[in-house]
Design a protein around this ligand. Structure first.
Ligand code: 2PG
Ligand code: MG
Length: 462
């Protein structure tokens, strides 16, 4: 039997969690196997991300994707027919060359990422193994630590708070299933607490409570009370993780905290954030400064990087070269990985490997605009990323991903090792010290993925 080849590629318009059009691609192999991939969409985007192709004009707010569908159905389909679906790197290289622009704007990042994911999905299906297993082969594996949003703010909740994501992590849990249960309790507890005080305005784009807080401190104090109300010890059982998404409220080294009616320069924002880390059990801070402010990142990482995970998202846009520069300049110690920021699976994996080489933590992440597609749950496990961020604990486009990791954990049985503390800076002591305001030296970072031999797929090694 000859190895299967790509026989056809096509795309359709489907709708995302914000009711906006997006691209779903299907790749048919010559053995009759079908793979699918869907493009997610961000709201707080880095300026160097792959660019979606949208129709513009007034229909559907200019967001329709008929042009991106044409990219797939005409250009891409003609160029991928006959290609080897198991050679993901070659497929992605072909997509990149065909597009020919630095930001994928000709064919559209949405068209390209949907096809790249669909090829990977088809390859795994053709081998009759789950996607995570196809990626991992026999390498070591960790079930990722989930980072789960409790309140949504920033661009996901009408800028109701300056900070975009108020999240919790439960690294003391013994399994992914237990981490979800702990988070479910905290989410419920937060909802009740806020409802009692008239502070719930609904749910934000990623399912977290849409709050009516009057300061960022009020949000953090409420989160502390929610953790306690659920029966957990903040600083021992459950830690806090923030996505500041500072590019949304700052540039040129100046930041405007609308909720607190304060204008801060870089040094003042650094002081403000370090104080938050001293006062609350904060384990992880994403995009503490704007993407044009590497000096802000560097100062903050120098101040807290031994005990706090400092993540680059809009700043590094899942780009291996930028990750290498960040490693040389010591501006972060962890990298968010979003497939549609890079635009292809291979480029996302390259950023993941660059992060590993630097000893950085890695977090596979969803976007604020998502669908029921759960491929990223498999990427997080298959690449042994160690951490997964997909939004809150509500709305099916979020729950689909959490639930899929539950299935993977169950399928693995005794072989499943939950990442827990091993992927966080400073390990278990970080929470205790953060909660007591201490800053003693902590153990070196030991990312689950750092020692892993996780790879892109079998064909990578031919
Ligand atoms: C982020 C993501 C997810 P968006 O900033 O990390 O929270 O948001 O997809 O809007 O960029
Ligand atoms: Mg972010």
């Amino acid at each position: 039997m000859p190895e299967p080849a790509i026989a056809a590629v096509r795309a359709r318009r489907i709708w995302d969690s914000r009711g906006r059009p997006t691209v779903e691609a299907e790749v048919l192999l010559s053995d009759g196997v079908l793979g699918r991939g869907v493009a997610p969409a961000g709201a707080s985007r880095g300026s160097r991300e792959a660019l979606d192709r949208r129709d513009g004009g007034t229909r559907l707010d200019g967001l329709d994707v008929q042009l991106a569908l044409r990219s797939v159905n005409e250009d891409i389909a003609a160029h991928l027919r006959g290609c080897d679906p198991f050679d993901q790197s070659a497929v992605d290289a072909r997509l990149i060359a065909l597009d020919g622009t630095p930001n994928k704007s000709r064919l559209g990042g949405n068209a390209i990422v949907a096809v790249s994911l669909a090829v990977l999905d088809a390859a795994a299906a053709s081998r009759r193994v789950p996607l995570w297993q196809y990626l991992l082969g026999d390498a070591r594996l960790t079930i990722p630590l989930p980072e789960i949003q409790i309140f949504g703010g920033g661009a996901h909740a009408g800028r109701r708070t300056d900070i975009q994501d108020f999240m919790v992590v439960a690294p003391s849990a013994k399994s992914f299933a237990e981490a979800l249960e702990i988070t479910a309790e905290v989410y419920l507890s937060a909802g009740k607490l806020m409802a009692d005080r008239g502070l719930v305005q609904g749910v934000a784009d990623e399912g977290g409570w849409w709050p009516a807080f009057s300061s960022n401190h009020e949000a953090l104090d409420t989160l502390m009370r929610a953790i306690e109300g659920a029966g957990f010890r903040p600083g021992q059982d459950v830690g806090i993780s923030l996505d500041i998404a500072a590019s949304e409220f700052g540039c040129g080294g100046r930041y405007s905290l609308r909720l607190e009616e304060r204008e801060l320069d870089r040094d003042c924002l650094a002081e403000y954030l370090v104080r938050l880390c001293d006062r609350y059990p904060i384990l992880s801070v994403e995009d503490p400064f704007a993407e044009d402010d590497p000096e802000g990142f560097r100062c903050f990482t120098a101040a807290v990087g031994d005990r706090v995970q400092v993540i680059g998202d809009d700043y590094l846009v899942t780009n291996a070269d930028l990750v290498e520069q960040a490693a040389a300049a010591r501006t972060v110690n962890a990298v968010l990985l979003k497939v549609n920021q890079a635009g292809t699976i291979s480029e996302t994996f390259a950023a993941c490997q660059a992060a590993r080489r630097a000893g950085f933590g890695t977090i596979v992440s969803a976007r604020s605009g998502e669908t029921e597609d759960f491929a990223i749950a498999h990427l997080a496990v298959g690449w042994d990323a160690g951490q997964l961020k997909v939004g809150s604990f509500a709305r099916s486009e979020r729950m689909a991903k959490w639930n899929e990791v539950l299935r993977i954990e169950e399928a693995l049985g005794a072989k499943a090792r939950f990442a827990g503390w091993s992927v966080l800076r400073g390990g278990r002591s970080a929470l205790d010290e953060a909660s007591s305001g201490g800053s003693a030296a902590r153990a070196p970072h030991a990312a689950a993925g750092a020692a892993s031999t996780a790879k892109l797929g079998p064909a990578q090694h031919r």
